[in-house]
Write a protein that binds this ligand. Structure first.
Ligand SMILES: *[C@@H]1O[C@H](CO)[C@@H](O)[C@H](O)[C@H]1NC(C)=O
Ligand SMILES: *[C@@H]1O[C@H](CO)[C@@H](O)[C@H](O)[C@H]1NC(C)=O
Ligand SMILES: *[C@@H]1O[C@H](CO)[C@@H](O)[C@H](O)[C@H]1NC(C)=O
Ligand SMILES: [Cu+2]
Length: 188
């Protein structure tokens, strides 16, 4: 009976964790791969690899002895440039970049897109756009929250090295303590 209860609870928690949420669908985003697995551990990797739409808190809840200090889930959800270098984009100064967001389940929060230096996890420019409220459950999501453009400013020489800079989309739903990040690697 205990086993039944436990398997029921496992099924219930799996069901709620597969309620998918959001990612950048274009330009191509950072993806889970071997470098991410080495940094965060196989359990965190499996969760993200099986559902890239999930939130950062779910990763933290699954930290274990395989999780290293290189696992920075508050930066691109811990995903790393090394896992798909061919997704690297090139954005010139003042280039207007169209972005598509795929929202599988809304949660009312705030969202923005910024240029982040991943070596220091600091914002170099931005927010380039922000939404408040973002992806609300109480109204239909405005089209300009899932399909919009940002203008990438002149970043000087800060983003000349591949793997340093990302456009990071950040969606924070405080009411339910769920945070989503999705990143596009680029050079300028
Ligand atoms: C890496 O990105 C390239 C270009 O977008 C794509 O063709 C390839 O399938 C990706 N590889 C993986 C493992 O996702
Ligand atoms: C983007 O939104 C997040 C979540 O609210 C916030 O922590 C961050 O400071 C914002 N970024 C900028 C550049 O304002
Ligand atoms: C999105 O469109 C709404 C009208 O539907 C407008 O009020 C809002 O300012 C727009 N937001 C952005 C960031 O362009
Ligand atoms: Cu969600």
């Amino acid at each position: 009976m205990y086993a039944k209860l436990i398997s029921f609870m496992t099924a219930a928690s799996l069901a709620s964790s597969t309620l998918a949420h959001g990612v950048i669908s274009s330009p191509p985003r950072r993806l889970p791969g071997a470098a991410f697995e080495a940094a965060c551990g196989s359990q965190v990797y499996s969760i993200v690899d099986s559902d890239q739409f999930g939130n950062q808190q779910q990763e933290e809840q699954n930290f274990n002895s395989e999780t290293t200090s290189a696992c920075q889930v508050y930066l691109c959800k811990g995903l790393l440039y090394a896992d798909n270098e061919s997704n690297l984009q090139k954005f010139s100064a003042n280039q207007v970049v169209p972005i598509e967001i795929d929202i599988e389940a809304p949660h009312t929060g705030v969202a923005n897109v910024s240029v982040v230096d991943t070596t220091t996890n600091t914002v170099l420019a931005g927010p380039l756009i922000y939404f408040n409220p973002a992806y609300s459950v109480s109204t239909p999501i405005p089209a300009n929250q899932t399909s919009f453009s940002v203008t990438v400013p002149d970043l000087g020489s800060s983003c000349s090295t591949a793997g340093v800079c990302v456009l990071q989309w950040w969606w924070d739903a405080r009411s339910i303590d769920q945070t989503y990040m999705s990143c596009v690697d680029f050079t300028q």
